[in-house]
Design a protein around this ligand. Structure first.
Ligand code: ADP
Ligand code: ADP
Length: 216
Protein backbone atom coordinates (compact mmCIF):
# COMPACT_ATOMS: atom_id res chain seq x y z
CA UNK A 1 0.00 0.00 0.00
CA UNK A 2 2.80 2.39 0.97
CA UNK A 3 6.36 1.80 -0.16
CA UNK A 4 9.13 4.23 0.75
CA UNK A 5 12.52 3.60 -0.87
CA UNK A 6 15.75 5.13 0.37
CA UNK A 7 14.35 8.57 1.17
CA UNK A 8 16.72 11.33 2.15
CA UNK A 9 15.95 14.91 3.16
CA UNK A 10 18.24 17.74 4.13
CA UNK A 11 17.41 21.17 5.53
CA UNK A 12 20.48 23.35 5.01
CA UNK A 13 23.25 21.17 6.40
CA UNK A 14 20.92 19.19 8.67
CA UNK A 15 20.41 15.60 7.43
CA UNK A 16 16.89 15.04 8.71
CA UNK A 17 16.26 11.74 6.87
CA UNK A 18 19.30 9.61 6.11
CA UNK A 19 17.90 6.82 3.94
CA UNK A 20 14.49 5.51 4.97
CA UNK A 21 12.96 2.28 3.65
CA UNK A 22 9.48 1.34 4.67
CA UNK A 23 6.55 -0.83 3.57
CA UNK A 24 3.08 -0.58 5.04
CA UNK A 25 0.43 -3.09 3.99
CA UNK A 26 -3.26 -2.47 3.47
CA UNK A 27 -5.20 -2.71 6.71
CA UNK A 28 -2.14 -2.12 8.86
CA UNK A 29 -2.03 0.43 11.64
CA UNK A 30 1.60 1.54 11.82
CA UNK A 31 2.91 3.83 14.53
CA UNK A 32 6.07 5.92 14.26
CA UNK A 33 7.70 6.86 17.54
CA UNK A 34 10.96 8.54 18.53
CA UNK A 35 12.42 11.59 20.22
CA UNK A 36 11.47 15.08 19.15
CA UNK A 37 13.58 16.10 16.17
CA UNK A 38 14.16 12.49 15.02
CA UNK A 39 12.47 13.25 11.68
CA UNK A 40 9.05 11.65 12.22
CA UNK A 41 6.97 14.55 10.92
CA UNK A 42 9.27 15.03 7.96
CA UNK A 43 8.89 11.36 7.03
CA UNK A 44 5.12 11.53 7.45
CA UNK A 45 4.91 14.67 5.31
CA UNK A 46 7.02 13.12 2.55
CA UNK A 47 5.13 9.80 2.60
CA UNK A 48 1.91 11.84 2.58
CA UNK A 49 2.95 13.94 -0.48
CA UNK A 50 2.93 17.17 1.55
CA UNK A 51 6.69 17.53 1.14
CA UNK A 52 9.26 16.24 -1.36
CA UNK A 53 12.35 14.17 -0.61
CA UNK A 54 15.80 15.09 -1.94
CA UNK A 55 16.32 11.52 -3.17
CA UNK A 56 14.34 8.30 -3.06
CA UNK A 57 10.87 7.19 -4.08
CA UNK A 58 7.41 6.91 -2.57
CA UNK A 59 4.72 4.60 -3.97
CA UNK A 60 1.13 4.67 -2.77
CA UNK A 61 -1.39 2.09 -3.98
CA UNK A 62 0.99 1.19 -6.80
CA UNK A 63 1.45 4.76 -8.02
CA UNK A 64 4.84 6.43 -7.80
CA UNK A 65 4.09 9.83 -6.36
CA UNK A 66 7.61 11.20 -6.18
CA UNK A 67 7.63 12.14 -9.86
CA UNK A 68 4.09 13.51 -10.13
CA UNK A 69 3.69 17.16 -11.08
CA UNK A 70 2.17 19.45 -8.46
CA UNK A 71 -1.33 19.53 -9.98
CA UNK A 72 -1.53 15.72 -10.32
CA UNK A 73 -0.11 15.43 -6.82
CA UNK A 74 -2.77 17.70 -5.36
CA UNK A 75 -5.48 15.65 -7.08
CA UNK A 76 -3.95 12.37 -5.88
CA UNK A 77 -3.62 13.69 -2.34
CA UNK A 78 -7.21 14.84 -2.20
CA UNK A 79 -8.67 11.67 -3.71
CA UNK A 80 -6.47 9.01 -2.17
CA UNK A 81 -5.15 10.29 1.15
CA UNK A 82 -6.61 11.38 4.45
CA UNK A 83 -4.90 13.50 7.09
CA UNK A 84 -5.43 14.00 10.80
CA UNK A 85 -3.33 16.50 12.72
CA UNK A 86 -2.86 17.30 16.41
CA UNK A 87 -5.10 20.30 16.09
CA UNK A 88 -8.17 19.33 14.13
CA UNK A 89 -8.01 22.31 11.71
CA UNK A 90 -11.79 22.33 11.28
CA UNK A 91 -13.11 25.51 9.74
CA UNK A 92 -14.82 27.45 12.53
CA UNK A 93 -17.59 28.99 10.47
CA UNK A 94 -18.80 25.66 9.06
CA UNK A 95 -20.80 22.85 10.69
CA UNK A 96 -19.46 19.35 11.33
CA UNK A 97 -21.31 18.12 8.24
CA UNK A 98 -19.91 20.91 6.05
CA UNK A 99 -16.37 20.35 7.34
CA UNK A 100 -16.59 16.62 6.59
CA UNK A 101 -17.91 17.30 3.06
CA UNK A 102 -15.20 19.83 2.24
CA UNK A 103 -12.54 17.49 0.72
CA UNK A 104 -15.24 15.89 -1.47
CA UNK A 105 -16.71 19.20 -2.68
CA UNK A 106 -13.61 19.78 -4.80
CA UNK A 107 -15.21 17.40 -7.29
CA UNK A 108 -18.45 19.45 -7.07
CA UNK A 109 -21.17 19.69 -4.44
CA UNK A 110 -23.80 16.97 -4.37
CA UNK A 111 -26.37 15.28 -2.18
CA UNK A 112 -24.55 11.92 -2.20
CA UNK A 113 -21.55 13.48 -0.48
CA UNK A 114 -23.74 14.92 2.24
CA UNK A 115 -25.38 11.54 2.78
CA UNK A 116 -22.00 9.84 3.10
CA UNK A 117 -20.74 12.56 5.47
CA UNK A 118 -23.82 12.07 7.62
CA UNK A 119 -23.30 8.30 7.67
CA UNK A 120 -19.71 8.77 8.75
CA UNK A 121 -20.64 11.21 11.51
CA UNK A 122 -23.26 8.76 12.78
CA UNK A 123 -20.75 5.88 12.59
CA UNK A 124 -18.33 7.95 14.65
CA UNK A 125 -20.91 8.66 17.35
CA UNK A 126 -21.63 12.24 16.30
CA UNK A 127 -25.29 11.92 15.33
CA UNK A 128 -26.24 14.79 17.64
CA UNK A 129 -23.42 17.03 16.43
CA UNK A 130 -24.02 16.95 12.68
CA UNK A 131 -25.18 20.57 12.46
CA UNK A 132 -22.96 21.94 15.24
CA UNK A 133 -20.09 24.34 14.74
CA UNK A 134 -16.66 23.17 16.00
CA UNK A 135 -16.94 25.62 18.92
CA UNK A 136 -20.09 23.77 20.03
CA UNK A 137 -18.26 20.44 20.29
CA UNK A 138 -15.81 18.94 22.80
CA UNK A 139 -12.18 18.34 21.85
CA UNK A 140 -12.84 14.64 21.36
CA UNK A 141 -15.86 15.35 19.16
CA UNK A 142 -13.90 17.83 17.09
CA UNK A 143 -11.15 15.29 16.54
CA UNK A 144 -13.67 12.58 15.56
CA UNK A 145 -15.14 15.08 13.08
CA UNK A 146 -11.62 15.46 11.65
CA UNK A 147 -11.47 11.66 11.34
CA UNK A 148 -14.77 11.67 9.43
CA UNK A 149 -13.35 14.38 7.16
CA UNK A 150 -10.24 12.23 6.57
CA UNK A 151 -12.52 9.31 5.60
CA UNK A 152 -14.87 11.13 3.23
CA UNK A 153 -13.05 10.21 0.02
CA UNK A 154 -12.40 6.61 1.15
CA UNK A 155 -8.62 7.16 1.23
CA UNK A 156 -6.08 4.44 0.59
CA UNK A 157 -4.15 5.62 3.63
CA UNK A 158 -4.75 7.96 6.53
CA UNK A 159 -1.70 9.84 7.81
CA UNK A 160 -1.97 11.14 11.35
CA UNK A 161 0.51 13.40 13.15
CA UNK A 162 0.01 13.28 16.94
CA UNK A 163 -3.76 12.82 16.52
CA UNK A 164 -4.36 12.43 20.26
CA UNK A 165 -1.71 14.92 21.36
CA UNK A 166 -4.30 17.48 22.36
CA UNK A 167 -6.82 15.11 24.01
CA UNK A 168 -7.25 13.94 27.60
CA UNK A 169 -6.60 10.25 28.22
CA UNK A 170 -10.24 9.19 27.95
CA UNK A 171 -10.80 10.94 24.62
CA UNK A 172 -7.40 9.75 23.40
CA UNK A 173 -8.34 6.16 24.18
CA UNK A 174 -11.67 6.54 22.37
CA UNK A 175 -9.91 7.96 19.33
CA UNK A 176 -7.39 5.09 19.29
CA UNK A 177 -10.19 2.51 19.55
CA UNK A 178 -11.87 4.24 16.62
CA UNK A 179 -8.74 3.78 14.48
CA UNK A 180 -8.67 0.05 15.21
CA UNK A 181 -12.40 -0.28 14.56
CA UNK A 182 -11.94 1.38 11.17
CA UNK A 183 -9.12 -1.02 10.42
CA UNK A 184 -11.28 -4.01 11.39
CA UNK A 185 -14.41 -2.83 9.57
CA UNK A 186 -12.97 -1.25 6.42
CA UNK A 187 -9.40 -2.56 6.28
CA UNK A 188 -8.38 1.09 6.65
CA UNK A 189 -4.62 1.69 6.61
CA UNK A 190 -3.09 4.18 9.06
CA UNK A 191 0.37 5.64 9.53
CA UNK A 192 0.45 7.49 12.84
CA UNK A 193 3.21 9.57 14.41
CA UNK A 194 2.62 9.52 18.13
CA UNK A 195 4.14 10.05 21.55
CA UNK A 196 1.28 8.04 23.07
CA UNK A 197 2.74 4.74 24.27
CA UNK A 198 -0.60 2.94 24.46
CA UNK A 199 -1.33 3.72 20.83
CA UNK A 200 2.21 2.88 19.70
CA UNK A 201 2.07 -0.47 21.46
CA UNK A 202 -1.43 -1.32 20.21
CA UNK A 203 -0.40 -0.71 16.61
CA UNK A 204 0.18 -3.65 14.27
CA UNK A 205 3.64 -2.25 13.69
CA UNK A 206 5.74 0.09 15.79
CA UNK A 207 8.47 1.92 13.87
CA UNK A 208 11.15 3.62 15.90
CA UNK A 209 12.97 6.64 14.46
CA UNK A 210 16.26 7.94 15.74
CA UNK A 211 18.36 10.70 14.20
CA UNK A 212 16.90 10.34 10.73
CA UNK A 213 16.96 6.55 10.59
CA UNK A 214 14.38 3.86 11.20
CA UNK A 215 15.62 1.41 13.81
CA UNK A 216 12.82 -1.12 13.32
P1 ADP B 1 10.00 15.05 14.74
O1 ADP B 1 8.67 15.01 14.06
O2 ADP B 1 10.59 13.68 14.97
O3 ADP B 1 10.00 15.86 15.98
P2 ADP B 1 10.74 16.69 12.51
O4 ADP B 1 10.62 15.87 11.30
O5 ADP B 1 9.65 17.66 12.83
O6 ADP B 1 11.04 15.74 13.75
O7 ADP B 1 12.09 17.52 12.46
C1 ADP B 1 13.37 16.90 12.31
C2 ADP B 1 14.42 17.98 12.28
O8 ADP B 1 14.27 18.73 11.07
C3 ADP B 1 14.32 18.96 13.42
O9 ADP B 1 15.63 19.31 13.79
C4 ADP B 1 13.59 20.14 12.80
O10 ADP B 1 13.90 21.34 13.43
C5 ADP B 1 14.09 20.11 11.37
N1 ADP B 1 13.13 20.64 10.41
C6 ADP B 1 11.91 20.14 10.15
N2 ADP B 1 11.27 20.84 9.20
C7 ADP B 1 12.13 21.82 8.84
C8 ADP B 1 12.06 22.88 7.90
N3 ADP B 1 10.99 23.08 7.14
N4 ADP B 1 13.14 23.68 7.80
C9 ADP B 1 14.22 23.48 8.56
N5 ADP B 1 14.36 22.50 9.47
C10 ADP B 1 13.32 21.69 9.61
P1 ADP C 1 6.13 18.04 15.41
O1 ADP C 1 5.69 18.63 16.71
O2 ADP C 1 5.09 17.21 14.76
O3 ADP C 1 7.47 17.37 15.49
P2 ADP C 1 7.29 20.47 14.58
O4 ADP C 1 6.75 21.36 15.62
O5 ADP C 1 8.69 19.95 14.67
O6 ADP C 1 6.30 19.24 14.41
O7 ADP C 1 7.13 21.14 13.17
C1 ADP C 1 5.92 21.74 12.77
C2 ADP C 1 6.12 22.31 11.38
O8 ADP C 1 7.20 23.24 11.38
C3 ADP C 1 6.47 21.26 10.34
O9 ADP C 1 5.75 21.53 9.16
C4 ADP C 1 7.97 21.41 10.09
O10 ADP C 1 8.29 21.13 8.74
C5 ADP C 1 8.20 22.86 10.43
N1 ADP C 1 9.50 23.04 11.09
C6 ADP C 1 9.99 22.32 12.12
N2 ADP C 1 11.21 22.73 12.46
C7 ADP C 1 11.51 23.75 11.63
C8 ADP C 1 12.63 24.61 11.47
N3 ADP C 1 13.73 24.50 12.23
N4 ADP C 1 12.57 25.54 10.52
C9 ADP C 1 11.50 25.66 9.75
N5 ADP C 1 10.39 24.89 9.83
C10 ADP C 1 10.40 23.96 10.77
Amino acid sequence: MLVVKNITKTYGNLNVLKGIDLQIHQGEVASIVGASGAGKSTLLHIAGTLDKPDTGQVFIAGQEITNLKDTSLAKFRNEKLGFIFQFHNLLGEFTALENVCMPAYIGGKNKKIEERAEELLVLLGLKDRIHNLPSQMSGGEQQRTAVARALINSPSIIFADEPSGNLDSKNAQELHELFFNLRDQFNQTFVIVTHNEDLANMADRKLVMQDGLLLS
